[in-house]
Design a protein around this ligand. Structure first.
Ligand code: FAD
Length: 304
């Protein structure tokens, strides 16, 4: 029996564990990936908005986090496959057959990139799918590429790729791009970038590697093909809450509802970080929420 079990070891889960340890709580962290850090592994740009600490990328910030965690005494299990979580009973079953019982559960499972769900998307991973404009730019230099999405992340990546790619075609479902003005304004004078609004990418085609995409424009009779050597998809994220649905309150997109103390609708079940923050997901928000949850849990346990 642990005092606290934290599911997820991104910035939110790690911060919760750090604070729980400092407050003397017997804590176990369950992480499904091989390494802790969550989305920090996908941040290739400099992080300049975490107060007091600048980092060249997510890995560097994570190295700073883990340095501080070296002396902590919480248990961390990585590559753990949680099969189910009974939030009312506060019991967690692992695919390995183990059953874990705890006084408090903290859900820190974050978000994952939304998929288009079109043929070719999975098949061409590592064969033309671009993960990041920052990281993969040189690999795709000289190739025509397609970017799907109309928000900040899509447009920022299109601009980065246009520095080295002869053409960048942005395909966006909506009538207007959603990207902030500063990005959208930089698109117009860029003659390497073409934007197709009210359009959807319907297939990714190729043999060994991506060779073309198929695009359906609104009002177009049938899809047309465009030759490209790379595709980057940035159509938003979704919360990782499949394990907990129907047991706690969420919004319509699946984000967990919490109060100011990070409490969910289930007793002694807390949620921290992006999984409960659809509006302003940030590293500082995630680490702050972890501190709040830990302090509230500690005060509840001493009051028992
Ligand atoms: C490209 C990019 C750039 C960014 N730049 C910035 C920036 O400059 N500044 C900023 O503040 N923020 C930035 N962010 C956002 C920031 O990374 C997130 O807000 C932050 O990582 C959220 O932390 P989290 O712990 O809530 O979730 P995550 O980082 O998503 O971590 C969740 C963890 O939970 C684990 N998990 C999920 N499901 C399970 C399960 N069932 N069992 C066990 N473990 C599970 C995951 O494997 C993961 O390790 C950026 C994000 C991206 C992708």
């Amino acid at each position: 029996m642990h005092d606290v079990i934290i599911i997820g070891a991104g910035p939110a889960g790690l911060s919760t564990a750090f604070w729980c340890d400092e407050l003397g709580l017997d804590t176990l962290v369950l992480e499904q990936a091989e390494q802790v850090g969550g989305q920090l592994h996908r941040v290739y740009n400099p992080i300049e908005n975490y107060l007091g600490l600048k980092a060249r990328n997510g890995q560097e910030l994570l190295a700073n986090f883990t340095k501080d965690l070296d002396a902590a005494e919480f248990d961390l299990w990585t590559q753990v496959d949680v099969e189910s979580a009974d939030l009312k009973a506060r019991r967690i079953s692992l695919r390995s057959g183990e059953e874990l019982q705890t006084i408090a559960i903290v859900i820190a499972t974050g978000v994952t990139a939304r998929e288009l769900g079109v043929p070719g998307e999975k098949e061409f991973i590592g064969k033309g799918m671009i993960e990041s404009g920052t990281r993969d730019r040189q690999l795709f230099a000289g190739k025509d590429v397609c970017v799907v999405g109309g928000g900040d992340a899509a447009v920022e990546n299109a601009l980065l790729l246009a520095e080295v790619c002869p053409t960048v075609t942005v395909v966006h479902r909506g009538k207007k791009l959603r990207a902030r003005r500063e990005f959208a304004e930089r698109l117009q004078p860029n003659n390497r970038i073409t934007v197709f609004t009210e359009s959807v990418l319907t297939r990714i085609l190729g043999n060994e590697e991506i060779e073309a995409v198929e695009i359906q424009r609104k009002g177009g009779l049938k899809p047309f093909q465009l030759a490209v050597g790379g595709v980057l998809i940035r159509i938003g994220v979704k919360p990782r809450t499949e394990l907990f649905r129907e047991q706690i309150e969420t919004d319509e997109k699946g984000y967990i509802a919490v109060n100011h103390q990070q409490e969910t609708s289930a007793s002694m079940v807390f949620a921290v970080g992006d999984v409960s923050n659809p509006v302003a997901p940030t590293i500082s928000g995630a680490t702050g929420a972890g501190a709040t949850a830990a302090k509230v849990i500690a005060s509840r346990l001493t009051a028992r």
